[in-house]
Design a protein around this ligand. Structure first.
Ligand SMILES: *Cc1c(COP(=O)(O)O)cnc(C)c1O
Length: 374
């Protein structure tokens, strides 16, 4: 069996190599490394793809979240409701801006924010809700947006894992992941579903005034060069990365379909297994399967990982320790046991290799060795 990886970036590159190589060479020939024409070209193409008015490119997905919170003028002490079951970046920027993270539970079937837990977490200091479209499908946005509207709260969607997912509201209206709240953020980290060959990120909004503010914050707080109306940051998408993304964006839907096909086969293989629970799909969202994550019961997770490793099959745990139990986040004052569901998930989930290049033979091999373990 060939070298199995969680994600096969090299195989994906080989399929579009000539196009990507030429695009990179073109940037070098033009030497417009900062804010070259490819950056604007990409943000315009992404606006069209997502059906959103403004895409503001930036340096990475963490910056995107920080710029979003700065543009909304969130102030130290303001409370932001989010999940502890996420990648740390979501909470990192909250802490960095001296905002207060207020963690709530996730739905253990879909792994996304439990909307019924929001209202109990709201206080007079609450300013925003940050749902994470974890593993590639949308959180329950209809319910989240309704609570946000009722309490006059901002919604920032962390879309780092779900670019290309589509949400359908009860009235039939469709929207792209990241384009339903006030602001959406994403990452083009290489292993993300739309990954570049280094760091990259973007911010989405349908609000014209907010888009101007976001651009200003990302660009040293200036609208006019050398006139800094607010304190900002320096966060740009490299031209070379934008050129690569221009080659990859037209393939995004086919990449999502390839991932979904792998997920479908895993689902069929593990559907009625007594020790494994397959990931539930939110009926209102398409799923782009950034990760394929199973929840185990009645066996030792490390033993299964060890068994698979001996067969050359990698597994990953996203995430082994929830943010509220991380040493660096003790200021959140959420103790062990305070988010029981989140903690149970962190102790029992594991993710199998899933990517755009996986052959049926490789997947059969993985499935067989997972089943053989039991
Ligand atoms: C990857 C990721 C980020 C951060 O993106 P970077 O580009 O690595 O800064 C934020 N949130 C989530 C949920 C992510 O998975």
């Amino acid at each position: 069996m060939e070298n199995i990886q969680m994600v096969d970036l090299h195989g994906q590159y080989l399929k579009i190599k000539s196009e990507v190589d030429a695009a990179i060479q073109e940037v070098i020939n033009q030497t417009a490394f900062i804010n070259g024409p490819q950056v604007k070209q990409f943000s315009t193409a992404l606006e069209k793809y997502l059906g959103v008015k403004h895409v503001i490119p930036c340096a990475n997905g963490t910056d995107a979240l920080q710029i979003a919170m700065m543009a909304l003028d969130l102030q130290p002490g303001d409370e932001v409701i989010t999940t502890s079951y996420t990648y740390v970046a979501t909470c990192e920027v909250i802490a960095l801006l001296r905002l207060t993270p207020v963690f709530i539970e996730v739905n253990p079937n879909t792994f996304t924010m439990d909307p019924t837990a929001i209202e109990k977490a709201i206080s007079s200091k609450t300013k925003a809700i940050v749902p994470v479209h974890l593993y590639g499908q949308c959180a329950d946005m209809e319910e989240i947006l309704a609570v946000a509207k009722k309490h006059n709260l901002y919604v920032i969607e962390d879309t780092a894992q779900a670019i290309g997912a589509q949400y359908t509201f009860s009235d039939g209206r469709k929207a792209s992941a990241g384009c339903m709240g006030d602001i959406g953020t994403t990452s083009f980290f290489p292993s993300k579903n739309l990954g570049c060959y280094g760091d990259g990120g973007a911010i989405f909004t349908n609000d014209d005034a907010l888009s101007e503010k976001l651009r200003m914050v990302a660009n040293h707080g200036q609208k006019v060069r050398y006139f800094h109306d607010i304190v900002g940051v320096n966060s740009r998408l490299d031209t070379i990365q934008a050129a690569i993304l221009n080659c990859k964006l037209p393939h995004l839907d086919e990449y999502s379909a390839a991932r979904r096909a792998v997920a479908d086969r895993y689902d069929q293989a593990f559907e009625n297994h007594p020790n494994l629970k397959t990931p539930t799909r939110n009926p209102k969202s398409t799923h782009v399967f950034h990760q394929y994550t199973l929840t185990g019961c009645n066996f030792k997770r490390e033993d299964l990982q060890e068994h698979l490793k001996s067969k050359g099959i990698p597994t990953m745990i996203y995430y082994p320790l929830p943010v509220h139990l991380q040493k660096g986040y003790s200021m959140s004052k959420f103790e062990q046991g305070s988010l029981a569901m989140t903690e149970v998930l962190c102790n029992n989930v594991f993710s199998l290799p899933i990517h755009t290049e996986m052959s049926k033979e490789t997947q059969d091999y993985i499935i067989q060795h997972v089943l053989d373990f039991f």
